[in-house]
Design a protein around this ligand. Structure first.
Ligand code: C2E
Ligand code: MG
Ligand code: MG
Ligand code: MG
Length: 281
């Protein structure tokens, strides 16, 4: 087993493994067990205001497999979806995040906005919202500010079902962010109808923003669409000051990326917050 020969498990995910060992069946079998083996955990990436103050975090799931090493979510979430494991994984993500936010509140005495990635399948489950509400109540989480990140492919779902659902979510005080915006094929007329709060500019645009005039124009267009619809604009994957300066010039309001912080585990998040000026909510 190639993976076991190395000492540093963080570097185990070599390209050869992706093709060889990490086929769907292997992943599926391991993931099924991972849920019971404490191999999954959450990390939180700070989100910053225009002034450079942290106002929230995005919760991101991690899998450190004893057998396979670190497997990125891009790899195992689609497998979870395809194999019917997503409800269980989604539950874990929701529950663990809310529990850690509760602990954070208790330990630190304040809270901030938490954005949860919700897969389309999870979102379209018949009892998604009841379930979320139930978890919030069970954990006795008061004054939490929750945002749900949903990808653009949601637009192709049944709009008759979607619209009241989104409205209900907002009436409960949660907000909705459109993740990876610009990479899908959403129509502007649908975007206009949907009650959302934020557009997240995909990292791929931010990556090429400096060299590629087309990327810059795309970002400019996304920002102007968002502003016209009175949405907040968040750029993800900001890695350099140069990108930040350009994004600010183009009118971006919120920032997330390695320039500010990598996704942090619970303990590291506390350290980060202690060292920061944070927006109190
Ligand atoms: P996403 O929601 O668009 O998340 C942003 C990804 O960009 C994260 O990768 C994050 O670690 C990474 N990132 C943020 N800033 C930077 C940066 O400055 N440089 C670089 N190189 N990367 C940056 P991650 O955690 O590997 O997640 C990948 C995707 O997997 C996510 O994309 C999301 O679609 C999915 N995912 C992750 N966690 C969850 C989850 O809890 N639930 C669901 N449904 N999907 C998740
Ligand atoms: Mg996201
Ligand atoms: Mg994103
Ligand atoms: Mg993305």
């Amino acid at each position: 087993y190639e993976a076991k020969k190395h000492k540093n498990s963080v570097r185990l995910f070599a390209p050869s493994m992706q093709e060889g060992y990490l086929n769907r069946v292997t992943l599926e079998q391991n993931l099924r067990q991972a849920l019971g083996k404490n191999e999954l955990y959450m990390v939180y990436q700070p989100q910053m205001t225009h002034e450079g103050v942290m106002y929230g975090v995005e919760a991101l799931v991690r899998w450190n497999s004893k057998e396979l090493g670190i497997v990125p979510p891009d790899k195992f979430i689609p497998v979870a979806e395809a194999s019917g494991l997503m409800p269980k994984l989604g539950d874990f993500i929701m529950k663990r995040t809310l529990e850690e936010m509760k602990s954070f509140q208790e330990e630190m005495g304040f809270s901030f906005q938490v954005s949860l990635n919700i897969s389309i399948k999870q979102f379209m489950e018949a009892n998604f919202l009841e379930h979320l509400t139930h978890e919030i109540e069970t954990i006795k989480l008061t004054n939490i500010v929750l945002c749900l990140e949903i990808t653009e492919s949601l637009f192709i779902e049944d709009i008759e079902y979607l619209l009241p659902l989104l409205q209900k979510i907002r009436s409960m005080g949660l907000s909705i962010s459109m993740d990876d915006f610009g990479t899908g094929y959403s129509s502007l007329s649908i975007l206009r109808k949907l009650p959302i709060d934020e557009l997240k500019i995909d990292k791929s645009f931010v990556d090429t923003l400096i060299e590629d005039i087309t990327a810059e124009k795309m970002v400019q267009n996304i920002i102007s669409i968002g502003k016209n619809l009175e949405l907040a604009i968040l750029a993800e994957g900001v890695e350099t000051k140069e990108q930040e300066v350009k994004l600010k010039r183009l009118g971006c309001d919120r920032f997330q990326g390695y320039l500010y912080a990598k996704p942090l585990n619970y303990e590291d998040l506390k350290l980060f917050v202690k060292a920061q000026k944070t927006v109190y909510m």
